[in-house]
Write a protein that binds this ligand. Sequence first.
Ligand SMILES: NC(=O)c1ccc[n+]([C@@H]2O[C@H](COP(=O)([O-])OP(=O)(O)OC[C@H]3O[C@@H](n4cnc5c(N)ncnc54)[C@H](O)[C@@H]3O)[C@@H](O)[C@H]2O)c1
Length: 436
Amino acid sequence: MRIAMIGTGYVGLVSGACFADFGHVVCCIDKDAGKIARLNAGEIPIFEPGLDALVAANVKAGRLTFSVEAADAIAGADAVFIAVGTPSRRGDGHADLSYVYAAAEEIAGLIDGFTVIVTKSTVPVGTGDEIDAIVRRVRPDAQFAVVSNPEFLREGAAIEDFKRPDRVIVGLDDERAREVMRELYRPLSLNETPMVFTSRRTSELIKYAANAYLAMKITFINEVADLCEAVGGDVQQVARGIGLDGRIGGKFLNAGPGYGGSCFPKDTKALVRTASAAGAPLRLIETTVAVNDARKKAMATRIAAAMGGDVAGKTIGILGLTFKPNTDDMRDAPSLDIVPALLAAGAKVQAYDPEGHEAKALLPGVAMKAGPYEAAKGADALVFLTEWDQFRALDFAKVRDVMRGKVVVDLRNIYKPGDMTGTGLEYQGIGRPRGD
Ligand SMILES: NC(=O)c1ccc[n+]([C@@H]2O[C@H](COP(=O)([O-])OP(=O)(O)OC[C@H]3O[C@@H](n4cnc5c(N)ncnc54)[C@H](O)[C@@H]3O)[C@@H](O)[C@H]2O)c1
């Protein structure tokens, strides 16, 4: 099959490279000329494990190309994917669909012969109808079908998730698209990946319902962590104790500083807007959003409390700034709430993240360091904010040596209370008894 991928970001680039690896011929298109130039020079503009080798192999095999020019790729495509951003609209939390609609207009002008237009971007229910209407208005003669095919990949494990997904969701109202979608995903039938066909609207809802549920699950365990602290309990053990129940499941039960990232914050807010506009409010998700926002803000106070209540003039070392490990993505990372609050309270902040290069511009006033021990050097407190693997086996005798103070706040429960016994460090995790 010939595929045009509109939008070459975290989703478009991974999907494009994986479809090429399935054997399809893919052109990834982006209006960001800098990004396309880097890709054409053999550089990968994002950090995603394994992506460099996958892209290089498929470019070499002649199945994967990159362009700012959409015309040829769209005209020759069996399927055109829309994988552009759908960020929160400023002010009201609705999904900003301007990029999706602009892409639909462009596609409409260029398709040639029967073409399946596939929305991979996360879009509110009814967006497929709108795309359909746009294409029909621009090209009343065009032969096309608009399909919803939401993406569930996780940054940091994106290739594995794309190639071995739990399921593929395809929402269509035009039967002509079914065979094309089956053909696109045929390699997954070897693993017997469930392919779930629904109506287009249902498919759009599935994506939001999935993300909202996961965000709610994280928020639930975060509140249980607070309860554990208040009454004396260990959230890790509570999570294990409930997670072994097959009806609950152990994933997404790690207490932390509140969810962030490029999807959960914006998707929960957009779903809340959609539901209230439809007269069917999702009060659980409204509460999830409010609790999570408050939690991220409360983390700076928690760090200050561990340091005696006042951070003015004190130095805080932060380990990890991206919203999770194995990505360079800084969108809505908890660090963007926590670090400015610490700076505003008068702290000096020095930080290290292996891939969060954008943090330098996003967090002015933070001294970026070259490694974990450099970030700890001279610090009154050391804070774990993202659980990168390289933070999991630090030499705490060395950490104690280079630090000025002895407070360690672990907002990801990377370590256990007691792991630092004998080092002289004062350890505090989330939702567990304190160590010493
Ligand atoms: N990032 C994730 O982990 C993830 C997972 C599942 C779903 N999604 C959804 O996928 C969509 C894309 O997310 P992302 O993280 O890849 O975004 P991104 O910002 O990394 O990439 C979007 C790209 O689209 C390009 N673009 C915008 N308009 C364009 C146009 N008209 N023509 C060509 N290119 C255009 C931008 O320049 C950008 O490179 C969003 O709806 C998101 O919610 C993201």
